[in-house]
Design a protein around this ligand. Structure first.
Ligand code: ZN
Length: 466
């Protein structure tokens, strides 16, 4: 309390207690929530006061307030800040981050990796902002996730963060348990309710279930566990997110009350029953198309950074992505040795692509999400890989942008995702038209988050070498 009061006095003394206004003048503003042509508003002016957007209109009739900081928007495009609706801060994207999938403990112990990820948070936050991502949902991790959310909220150069705590899981992941496990095996509805109660004490944004259904498992018994978790979450006004990658399991999740499906259905085309259940729940669907490819590339030593990753990814992570080159053969997990001997053909799942188009056409809100933090899917610029694949599914650039803004905001549950009066001031100023080519979303002139202006290259410079 005392410290806060002192901070407020110091802020006033320094003159920063006053809210700054910003005017972005003469840009083309994109409203992804609208269809064309209304989505494009040429020669527009955006006025930000403090951390809110207060006016958006034609430059001719939108006055610039006295004393406002003017940003010349001529020849530029303004979009809402991007939202990645599926990330994990307890993972870094490097080879050492999921020993349950590929065990490199002999090279870098998992304890070291998790310590690194905690210590590296300020840099990881900056990487997200530099990539134009002003909000993320960490959809499951250790109880430490709640502290991470507090840290993001207290850090200026950080995205807004919503979180889920530990995953209510059907299976054990012993290798990830070093004291505060991200995945906890639950074998009855009572156990599910007990874990949900513990998580609710930390005010999660979501309760998350890791619904792994293996041959021989009793689907009805599993569904009862998911329903127990969902009912307990809903009673507290918290939404239920479920990992379910097979049609059968996704339908069971929706019957159990899922509000958010955090992956594509990958094993079969979605059917009428699935679509009806998703509509009934008003569920959001997050395709995460790249993450599987990221594992395949990285664990066969064929992962290559994109140009934008070279510029905006955490240099410390980039420097380790080819550590397999240096590892003695006997230290390689068998799966990795095999993949290196004959690298797989890596491409997006055709079923997932077709399902994305179908789900979109049926009007189910699709939110863009990368599952960043998994091996090969780097925090920040992997959003550009994900969105490029979404375009391959047949969605238009405007639709993909809508998934990463309007629909991401629905998942996020905050007043973000649109360039309109009353919204929080999270916007991007781009050097090129993102509707002409989705990759232009990476041509970021400035990122504005909560009314503060950042240059992506400066954000990255401020972390490199550390
Ligand atoms: Zn995930």
């Amino acid at each position: 309390m005392k410290r806060l009061a002192l901070a407020a006095v110091l802020a006033l003394a320094a003159g920063v207690g006053h809210t700054e206004s910003i005017a972005i003048v003469g840009s083309t503003v994109i409203h992804p929530e609208l269809g064309l042509p209304r989505a494009l508003a040429r020669d527009s002016t955006v006025i930000i006061d403090g951390n809110r957007i207060v006016r958006v209109g034609p430059s001719k009739t939108t006055a610039v307030p006295k004393g406002a900081r003017v940003i010349d928007g001529k020849g530029k495009w303004v979009t809402p800040g991007l939202i990645d609706a599926h990330v994990h801060f307890f993972q870094s994207g490097n080879l050492y981050t999921r020993p349950d999938a590929a065990d490199f403990n002999a090279v870098v112990p998992y304890e070291k990796e998790t310590e690194r990820n905690r210590a590296r948070l300020p840099a990881t936050f900056k990487v997200w902002l530099a990539s134009g991502v002003t909000s993320v949902i960490d959809i499951g991790g250790p109880f430490w996730n709640f502290d991470m959310r507090d840290r993001a909220a207290a850090t200026e150069a950080a995205p807004r963060v919503a979180v889920a705590g530990p995953l209510i899981s059907m299976v054990d992941r012993a290798k990830l348990d070093i004291g505060d496990p991200p995945i906890i095996r639950i074998s009855s509805p009572d156990e599910a309710r007990a874990l949900v109660a513990k998580e609710l004490a930390r005010k999660p944004d979501f309760i998350k279930v890791w619904f792994i259904h293996q041959q021989g498992d009793d689907l009805a018994a599993q569904e009862a566990i998911v329903k127990a978790a969902g009912d307990a979450a809903h009673a507290a006004g918290v939404r239920l997110a479920v990992h379910a990658t097979e049609l059968l399991v996704a339908k069971a999740s929706l019957r159990a009350g899922a509000d958010y499906l955090v992956h594509s259905v990958e094993d079969a085309p979605v059917d009428d029953e699935f679509l009806a259940l998703a509509k009934k729940n008003k569920a959001i669907y997050c395709p995460t198309l790249f993450v599987v490819m990221g594992y395949r590339y990285a664990l066969s030593n064929t992962w290559q950074p994109t140009e934008i990753e070279k510029r905006l990814a955490d240099p410390q992570i980039l420097a380790t992505m080819h550590d397999l080159d240096k590892m003695p053969k006997e230290k390689l997990p068998e799966r990795v040795a095999k993949a290196m001997a004959s690298p797989p053909q890596v491409k997006p799942s055709a079923t997932a692509l077709a399902n994305l188009q179908k789900v979109w056409d049926e009007g189910i809100p699709v939110a863009m999400g990368t599952d960043a933090g998994n091996i090969g899917t780097l925090h920040g610029p992997s959003v550009f890989r994900e969105m490029a694949i979404m375009v391959q599914s047949g969605l238009t650039t405007l639709e993909v942008l809508r998934s990463a803004t309007t629909n991401g905001a629905k998942a996020m549950g905050r007043e973000v995702g649109a360039v309109s009066a009353g919204k929080l001031a999270d916007v991007l100023i781009l050097d090129a038209d993102p509707l002409a080519n989705i990759e232009n979303l990476s041509r970021i002139h400035r990122v504005i988050k909560d009314g503060k202006v950042y240059s992506p290259d400066e954000l990255i410079r401020s972390i490199s070498g550390t």
